[in-house]
Write a protein that binds this ligand. Structure first.
Ligand code: NAG
Ligand code: NAG
Ligand code: NAG
Ligand code: NAG
Ligand code: NAG
Length: 440
């Protein structure tokens, strides 16, 4: 009897043990991180999103609810900001200690001058910018598909291009730009170049020729249309001067001519050589003292098939060789390009969702720094004939960027104080800083 009872106790204990093990094994994990089943809520902050947005999506292993309902701020895990639509009077303060902030800004800083400053950036946990150092880099977003560089659909032989210029139907250089006031002094530089070599200018800036009828209405919205690419390919060279000179800020201005066998004349990202497909794929304005020296080089290269074609290196099968390992890797690992169907917003949402879901309370805090946005101050511009001369609007741009730094310092103070503030507060404090000469 005793034996039986003790055996029953043993069995009961064993059973209890087993049940405990099973329970421990299958019980829903108590989150150090969030569970896979309870969606994280991420709140878009931009006021311009006036429509109702509320979507729950699965992003790989994670699930998130994306919304723009500001009343959900308390329960949200993170807040999403869009650089081009930020308002310095309107941030979600006080910030709860668990609120992660994520910033998407694919543009140069010209529209939000406080963004590139570390005083501001350090308050964000994740960023997506053009910089390779950002968490979701957009450096090569303007190269639509990896194959585009090897696609010679639009490629014209040197002889074909030469004929067009002998007939005097086309100048050797194409300029197609309608934003005529840039930090880089684009228009000032091209104006000087025009004194030394013929340039066909079709955009609003320095306009001297009309686009073919078929291209006229939509060339700004349709950056890679077949007729436009064909048009570009008929030129030997194309001006590719970015509107801002920040490291890794590269737009279609660089890739588009490369895609069609036209040589870009580039100024912009100081680190551009890190991204060129081969070691002499483009002509770099900063290699020449001024526009006259550049024009000399363009004339030599433009009249010499061998010299011209060394810029258009092609392999045995007539494909452009992308020998740059960094570019190869970036093409392989990138999560977004403008050639994709998914919008940049969706891709960013999922990136943040996965990142925040992975995040656990024991991992070290993470915030952005100035490498996520490295733009020189004062803004760099293309070298003018008279080295002392500066582009016509340089002072305006400089003071705008100086004001940006001031704004970043003010926002830093306000974020640290971690109290909601009004537009009047903000404006008064900024005015005060200006009058103390802190913003020059
Ligand atoms: C901050 O204050 C403004 C009014 O000054 C108000 O509209 C806004 O809702 C407040 N924001 C938060 C996050 O409390
Ligand atoms: C590219 O670089 C390699 C190695 O540095 C060199 O041998 C080659 O001549 C360069 N090609 C051109 C076109 O400059
Ligand atoms: C053409 O360019 C090639 C390569 O740069 C050079 O070797 C050759 O001398 C040039 N020819 C003329 C006629 O200048
Ligand atoms: C540039 O491309 C050529 C082949 O066209 C290749 O031989 C050379 O190594 C490439 N240069 C670099 C720096 O990779
Ligand atoms: C997020 O960034 C803020 C501001 O830099 C920082 O205080 C906080 O520790 C960061 N949080 C995490 C979880 O990395």
């Amino acid at each position: 009897m005793r034996l039986w009872r003790s055996r029953r106790i043993t069995i009961a204990l064993a059973l209890l043990f087993l049940i405990t093990i099973i329970y421990l094994y299958i019980k829903p994990e108590k989150p150090a991180t969030h569970t896979l089943f309870e969606p994280l809520e991420l709140l878009w902050w931009p006021k311009v999103m006036s429509w109702n947005y509320d979507e729950t999506r699965t992003c790989g292993f994670a699930k998130c609810r994306f919304t723009n309902k500001r009343e959900n701020l308390q329960q949200a895990s993170g807040v999403l900001f869009y650089g081009s639509n930020m308002n310095p009077h309107d941030f979600p303060l006080p910030r709860m200690s668990l609120h992660l902030w994520a910033l998407l800004h694919e543009e140069s800083p010209r529209n939000v001058p406080y963004v590139p400053h570390e005083e501001f950036l350090q308050h964000f946990n994740l960023t997506s910018t053009f910089s390779r150092h950002s968490d979701f880099p957009l450096t090569i977003q303007y190269l639509p598909h990896a194959e585009d560089l090897g696609n010679f659909e639009y490629y014209l032989s040197f002889a074909r291009k030469q004929r067009a210029s002998f007939d005097h139907t086309l100048a050797p250089v194409l300029f197609l730009q309608s934003d005529c006031d840039t930090m880089t002094g684009r228009e000032d530089y091209v104006l000087e170049l025009m004194k030394h070599i013929r340039v066909d200018s079709y955009g609003a800036c320095l306009h001297n020729r009309d686009l073919p009828e078929s291209l006229q209405h939509d060339y700004l919205n349709n950056l890679y249309s077949a007729p436009l690419l064909r048009f570009i390919s008929s030129y030997k060279f194309m001006i590719a001067i970015e509107n801002g000179a920040c490291d890794d800020y590269i737009t279609e201005k660089y890739w588009r001519p490369l895609m069609v066998g036209t040589i870009p004349i580039y100024f912009g990202s100081p680190s551009i050589r890190d991204w060129e497909p081969n070691n002499s794929s483009a002509i770099y304005i900063s290699d020449f003292a001024n526009a006259a020296a550049l024009a000399e080089h363009l004339k030599q290269v433009g009249d010499n098939a061998t010299a011209y074609n060394t810029y258009r290196q092609k392999g045995k099968n007539q494909k452009l060789v992308v020998s740059n390992k960094r570019l190869q890797n970036a093409l392989f690992s990138r999560r977004y390009s403008i050639g994709e169907h998914k919008s940049i917003f969706q891709q960013f949402e999922c990136f943040v969702c996965q990142n925040f879901a992975k995040h656990n309370l024991h991992s070290p805090p993470k915030s952005a720094d100035k490498t996520h946005y490295s733009c020189p101050y004062p803004p760099a511009h293309a070298p003018l004939q008279n080295a002392k001369q500066r582009p016509k609007n340089a002072d305006d741009w400089r003071s705008m960027m100086a004001m940006g730094r001031c704004q970043a310092q003010l926002l830093d103070q306000l974020f640290r104080a971690n109290r909601n503030y009004t537009q009047q507060d903000y404006d008064a404090r900024l005015t005060n800083m200006i009058s103390q000469g802190l913003c020059d």
